[in-house]
Design a protein around this ligand. Structure first.
Ligand code: PRP
Ligand code: MN
Ligand code: MG
Length: 193
């Protein structure tokens, strides 16, 4: 049992489901990038760069990179669209940029969840404008949001109903990110807030 169990209506993906899924995704990425991953940039950096969007994706990203058996760099950006509420404001803010150059490199964006798609849409546009060799997205969760932007996911963990979910990086007002599973938050936890 876990501290957040009482706030969760039902578990959608268990810790085992998630760990199995991430290991499979890592194995596929290992195969797909094996031919390019041993190239180096002129500065000697790995050609593959896994870019994670703080804070939600940090948990997925650390599991994913350990499931990829290739040289790679890890980078972090802070892009926020939700604030403390439960629905997207439509405003995507870049609070922290990456420090490494992506020019000529293979970028894999690791995201915890694709919901409205606003975060990924702007992020992909920003990265593509910097002349990478390629950009692909690995998302742990694709929410079945009817208003979702058209985003191509190269790697998708799970499809999930359009409900308020928490755990494995996903928060409500910064809570529950450290739950090892993904579950639906009880409405009474956020109602009236
Ligand atoms: C959440 C989540 C994704 C994004 C997805 O981040 O981690 O990054 O929203 O929603 P979208 O597809 O509607 O843009 P949030 O902005 O809440 O910041 P966080 O990662 O710090 O929780
Ligand atoms: Mn996020
Ligand atoms: Mg959030």
């Amino acid at each position: 049992s876990h501290y957040g169990d009482n706030d969760v209506e039902r578990i959608l993906f268990s810790e085992d489901d998630i760990q199995t899924c991430v290991k499979e995704m890592g194995a596929r990425i290992t195969e797909d990038y094996a031919q390019v991953a041993y190239d180096k940039t002129p500065d000697g950096l790995p050609s593959v760069l896994v870019l994670s969007v703080l804070r939600g994706a940090a948990i997925f990203m650390t599991d994913l990179v350990r499931a990829i058996d290739l040289p790679l760099e890890t980078e972090y950006m802070v892009v926020s669209s939700y604030g403390a509420g439960t629905t997207s404001s439509g405003v995507v803010r870049i609070l922290k940029d990456i420090t490494s150059s992506v020019e000529g490199r293979h970028v894999i964006i690791a995201e915890d969840v694709l919901d409205s798609g606003l975060t990924l849409k702007s992020l992909i546009r920003i990265i593509e404008s910097r002349n990478p060799a390629s950009v692909k997205v690995a998302a742990m969760i694709r929410k079945e949001n009817p208003k979702q932007a058209d985003i191509e996911l190269a790697y998708t963990g799970f499809e999930c109903p359009n409900e308020f979910i928490v755990g494995y990086g996903l928060d409500y007002a910064e809570n529950y990110r450290n739950l090892p599973y993904i579950g639906v938050l009880k409405p009474e936890v956020y109602q009236g807030k």
